[in-house]
Design a protein around this ligand. Structure first.
Ligand SMILES: Cc1cc2nc3c(=O)[nH]c(=O)nc-3n(C[C@H](O)[C@H](O)[C@H](O)COP(=O)(O)OP(=O)(O)OC[C@H]3O[C@@H](n4cnc5c(N)ncnc54)[C@H](O)[C@@H]3O)c2cc1C
Length: 404
């Protein structure tokens, strides 16, 4: 097993061979991937060393101290948090070799084509169709495994305007119940049938989009897992998504609670007993969430995330809304001002680098994106606590006969 000491030595070797001050950032990131120091728990040859996941922190600390460039994880969060663990678990060797390196270095941005009008919380109701054409030796259907033709509409697709690839769920068999007839694909966002249109949101900017898919051709070689097994594979993506949103690493009194504590210190005139109580409650909740996220990451070191990640995502969303609301209250009139309503297409969600008004408005989406808080409570009730399940009348009905 790889030890912390061995990782320090490997990191030192990487730095000696590629001085960060004299190496192009992209070249450095590629070399880091090839040295197995990108995500140390991934297999050798795919950016890792099969080492315990917890040891990533050792590498990250050494590289940060040396001023090495990072791959800007916030910009490529969907690729890192959702696509990569799914490709690693269900992809063919060829898919892993093709997709993981440029995903990790940030050369290729990913987005997630899951939600549809009419299939958000009830994602398994999705209507985007994928129809197979078999391949033949003469190049019919473009050769051996053939290809799929995809038609449908997706919505709320974060980063679609930046993405090279998308993870895509589409219905491949309308004759079986809704959870069974779905398959999972990697969609090329440069295909001429992909039309990305911005959706302006509460903050005034457009981080996400609606995406129209018309005759999009996806080679069968870009299918992840077996035909009809897409729902099972999507569970891996969704469980990882909740950890990616709710389980990120923040230092003590970091992130939103740090900003709020600073405002409290700088605004003595705004202090009241009631606001102080709320600040203390927020600080305690932030600390509990930080430690819970740490525990979640340690669990991840020994396997895939389970439904427990729903609790961290739920708590994160609630806390973000409470803390940003309190910050606006403390800042009074200044808090109500909003920096810039100009329509823009940001590359990332920047909670700490923007003003209080932005934080307050953007946090509203936290209880919807990655599964709404109501749905996460259902997951916790049913799959963590084992309480009776919601009644689902369309569970055994062929999808094409279900009410939509
Ligand atoms: C900022 C942001 C970014 C997003 N990015 C992406 C992305 O990149 N890719 C992507 O595929 N999707 C994305 N989404 C979509 C997101 O996953 C969906 O909006 C979410 O799953 C909710 O679905 P819906 O909007 O269709 O709401 P609906 O399903 O219509 O729900 C409406 C309301 O009813 C409640 N509700 C529904 N069913 C139940 C139930 N059974 N029990 C209790 N309450 C229920 C919901 O909780 C919600 O409050 C994003 C959303 C946001 C806000």
């Amino acid at each position: 097993m790889t030890t912390a000491e061995e990782l320090r030595t490997r990191t030192a070797d990487l730095l000696a061979a590629h001085d960060p001050a004299a190496t192009e950032p992209l070249e450095f990131l590629r070399a880091r991937f090839d040295a197995g120091l990108a995500w140390v728990h991934f297999p050798p040859g795919l950016g890792g060393l099969g080492a315990p996941r917890a040891l990533q922190a050792v590498v990250d600390a050494e590289l940060a101290a040396a001023g090495a460039p990072d791959n800007d994880p916030r910009r490529i969060g969907i690729g890192l948090g959702m696509a990569a663990p799914t490709v690693l678990r269900f992809g063919t060797e060829e898919q892993k070799q093709r997709f993981l390196r440029p995903l990790w270095t940030g050369e290729e941005v990913w987005c997630q084509l899951f939600s549809e009008p009419g299939a958000g919380s009830d994602l398994a109701a999705l209507a985007t169709r994928a129809v197979h054409e078999a391949g033949d030796a003469e190049g019919g259907g473009d050769g051996p495994g053939g290809h799929w033709t995809v038609d449908g509409q997706k919505v709320w697709t974060s980063s679609a305007h930046l993405a090279r690839w998308a993870i895509l769920l589409a219905r491949t068999d309308p004759d079986v119940p809704k959870h069974q007839g779905i398959s999972y694909f990697v969609c090329d966002m440069t295909d001429p049938g992909v039309d990305v249109r911005p959706l302006r949101q509460l903050t005034g900017e457009a981080e996400f989009n609606e995406v129209f898919l018309t005759g999009v051709r996806i080679p069968d070689a870009h299918r992840l897992g077996a035909v009809g097994e897409g729902w099972k594979i999507a569970q891996t993506t969704l469980n990882n998504e909740r950890v990616a949103i709710g389980g990120h690493r923040t230092p003590r009194e970091g992130g939103l609670i740090g900003l709020l504590a600073d405002v409290w210190r700088e605004q003595p005139g705004a202090r009241t007993h009631e606001l102080h109580q709320r600040l203390l409650q927020g600080w305690t909740d932030a600390e509990v969430l930080r430690l819970t996220a740490e525990r979640l990451r340690q669990q991840l070191a020994v396997g895939q995330p389970g439904p427990e990640g729903a609790a961290a995502k739920l708590a994160f969303a609630r806390l973000a809304q409470q803390l940003t609301g309190l910050e606006v209250e403390l800042l009074a009139e200044e808090g109500l001002g909003y920096g810039d309503w100009t329509m823009s297409r940001p590359e990332l969600v920047d909670f700490t680098g923007r003003d209080a008004g932005y934080r307050y408005l953007r946090a509203k989406g936290n209880s919807i994106e990655g599964g709404s808080s109501e749905i996460l409570r259902n997951i916790i009730a049913e799959r963590v606590l084992g309480l009776p399940a919601e009644s689902r009348s369309d569970k055994d009905v062929p999808w094409k006969e279900s009410a939509r």
